[in-house]
Design a protein. Structure first.
Length: 135
């Protein structure tokens, strides 16, 4: 086989002895989730990020915490996303984590949604009432 004017012998690898071969892949980042839903009591997730390029993670709000804010992009890694419980006001909230490359280009986003579950308990074991007689 002749390629680029060089004779490449057929066989197991086809690479002449003494040659250094570097396989270049297109840069990529794969985030294992696009959206994560949380509740008041369920506040932690583990996310896998597989990347061939360095990245930096930036949460949108101060109630979002992540275990790793950057990586060199040499394969798969995991980060733990933890969000604070909702104290006040009692309503649902949303935020996100953006992932950027070293030049500041947006690579991906994870949307985070936290729902506040309000549960009221009413004790139905006794009812107190009275009557007034009018004369």
């Amino acid at each position: 086989i002749k390629k680029y004017g060089v004779e490449i012998p057929s066989g197991s690898s086809g690479i002449p002895e003494g040659w250094n071969v570097e396989i270049i892949r297109d840069p990529f980042i794969i985030i294992s989730s696009n959206t994560e839903n949380f509740t008041q009591d369920d506040t932690e997730r583990v996310i896998t990020i597989d990347s061939t390029i360095p990245w930096t993670a930036v949460p949108s709000n101060e109630w979002i915490h992540i275990s790793k804010y950057s990586d060199e992009g040499v394969g798969a890694t995991t980060i733990t996303v933890q969000i604070d419980t909702i104290n006040s006001p009692i309503e649902n909230r949303s935020g996100f984590i953006n992932f950027y490359n070293n030049e500041g280009l947006l690579l991906g986003t994870i949307d985070l949604i936290q729902e506040f579950n309000v549960i009221f308990e009413i004790d139905k074991t006794s009812i107190n009432y009275f009557t007034i007689d009018i004369i």
